[in-house]
Design a protein around this ligand. Sequence first.
Ligand code: T5A
Length: 233
Amino acid sequence: MQGLLIVFEGVEGSGKTTQLQRSLHWLQDKGVSECLGTFAQEMSVVATREPGGTSLGLGLRKLLLEEGSRYENTTPIPIQDRAELLLYAADRAQHVEEFLKPHLASGMIILCDRYTDSTIAYQGYGRGLDLTLIQQLNEIATGGLESDLTLWLDVDAETGLKRARQRGRADRIEQADFAFHQRVQQGFQQLATSYPQRIVRIDGSKSEEDVHLAIQEILRQRLSQWYSKLSRP
Ligand code: T5A
């Protein structure tokens, strides 16, 4: 039985990480047993993220987000846009083979903080790199593995950045100029329009609790559909 890949996407500070954790706890406590009936005992839910869902990915994440320089006071390494694109692709290729595919093959529900749409939004719309090239690279890195559901937390760039910056020093990507973050937001809007079956928009400007309830509703629907499929003889 193939598991489910559920991805959380959005601009900086859109609340993905907060909502992913809340969804994880809800699914583990009640959601899975509520929606998956007799199959619930066989199901487990795991959380992961990009970049940084593997040991190699953690090293790449440090390079990409300058986490080393944030915490160890070292000089940031300059990264060219195409090099940045390839580093995200390398992180993804490793993540797909080492983590996503084996967990999906064992029937797990995976909650993933960012995936291929982030590369289109950030490196494509944000940096202005060729979108066709990025689609091809995503295909190479994933071997064609798409999310079953992508929850896009729609928050305008200004609100998201304000939230993210309240937490302290900004990482390398957060430091990019405001127009960059606006283009990223446009990228997510465009993706949601192009892939309405896969990407569900959630109003991320609402309170944390309201956003959580909206996500719960979508997860209930999708898991129930999945359950009907699993129960078919
Ligand atoms: N990237 C990633 C690329 O450029 N290309 C790629 O292919 C990929 C995969 C990842 C960076 O890499 C880039 C995108 C990113 O810049 P990251 O640390 O994972 O780096 O950064 P983010 O994913 O942006 O994580 P953030 O933590 O900045 O944003 P989140 O996860 O969206 O937000 P969250 O949940 O941490 O919340 C931020 C703050 O807002 C509050 C929270 O308490 C927290 O303080 N908050 C709310 N406040 C008010 N109302 C709500 N509804 C709130 N929800 C959360």
